[in-house]
Design a protein around this ligand. Structure first.
Ligand code: DGY
Length: 304
């Protein structure tokens, strides 16, 4: 137990600590187990002090941490890969199905008392068999989505200059992917380069029947451009597991649209997955405090 071996401060609040609260709590700590809601930048690292030995993020994404600053200070940063791949791929697929078959819109329709009869053209959606799925970012989660798509008899193409092919998926240029895909799944990490990758130009190249699904980070999608594309039916629908900001303010125009599904960042939210993420995060934390190599380190340069 971590509590038996170390002196531990646990943030008790349901909401993440504010910047001020974080600063008060973290001065002098040796290890930091963070959530994706904690922004850990250069200033915070300096306030914590030079004794800081490890930052262990309970997430696979580490865009909340300034990796350059951590590496410059020799601080290893841990994350929780692999254990959430299947849960997140399931979520992406569920969102594809929900958007294609208009689940939430249909549920609202029924609850509003609008269902008066079965009709051949009631709430028609999109097919999966023979449809083309384009995956932007063919890492662990992108590949797990491709694997699921095989079972639905889809054609899978992907764009990722650093990845090889798997599960019959064909590598293509981004333009080709946008031109051919009926479904597009976004699976790139949020970086300076991928910020607003899905912008007005990206959306204008998609097919008018296409469905966009994002389970990576909200900042990859320009939400104002997405709103324009959805309201003018330039694309069929979108399903977002992640938004920018999070939580999404209730006055966000995207929430007015029938053809946009939005989830409160639940990609990895299955019981077993969250247990495994917690364990990995604890292992990274302990290894770092004890001066050992982290089992999952995103900046291994600190060891060279
Ligand atoms: C991650 O681990 O980065 C996920 O977004 C958490 O659900």
């Amino acid at each position: 137990m971590i509590m038996d071996r170390y002196s531990v401060i646990i943030w008790p609040g349901e909401l993440p600590p504010t910047r001020g609260q974080l600063i008060q709590q973290v001065r002098g700590i040796d290890g930091f187990l963070s959530l994706l809601t904690d922004r850990i930048d250069e200033e915070l690292m300096d306030l914590i002090g030079p004794q800081l030995k490890v930052i262990s993020n309970m997430a696979v994404g580490v865009d909340n941490i300034d990796l350059i600053a951590a590496t410059a200070r020799g601080i290893p940063v841990g994350n929780t890969p692999d254990v959430l791949t299947d849960a997140t791929a399931d979520q992406a697929f569920a969102l594809m199905l929900a958007a294609a078959r208009r689940f939430l819109e249909a549920d609202r329709f029924l609850r509003a008392g609008k269902w008066i009869t079965w009709s051949p053209s009631l709430l028609l959606g999109a097919d999966f068999v023979d449809a083309t799925l384009g995956i932007v970012g063919f890492g662990r989660i992108g590949r797990a989505i491709a694997k699921r798509a095989l079972g639905f008899d889809m054609h899978v193409i992907f764009h990722d200059p650093s990845a090889g092919s798997e599960f019959n998926a064909q590598p293509v240029e981004l333009d080709t992917l946008l031109r051919l895909s009926d479904f597009i799944s976004i699976n790139v990490p949020l970086t300076y380069e991928t910020h607003h990758l899905v912008n007005a130009k990206f959306l204008s190249r998609m097919k008018s029947n296409a469905i966009l699904v994002n389970t990576s980070r909200g900042g990859v999608v320009d939400q104002a451009a997405l709103y324009d594309a959805l309201i003018s039916r330039k694309i069929f629908a979108a399903a977002l597991d992640v938004t920018d900001p999070e939580p999404l303010p209730l006055d966000c125009p995207l929430l007015e649209l029938e053809n946009c599904i939005i989830m409160p960042h639940l990609g990895s939210a299955s019981r077993r997955t969250r247990e495994m993420m917690s364990l990995l995060a604890a292992e990274n934390l302990i290894a770092g405090i004890e001066g050992k190599r982290l089992p999952n380190c995103v900046n291994p340069q600190v060891y060279s």
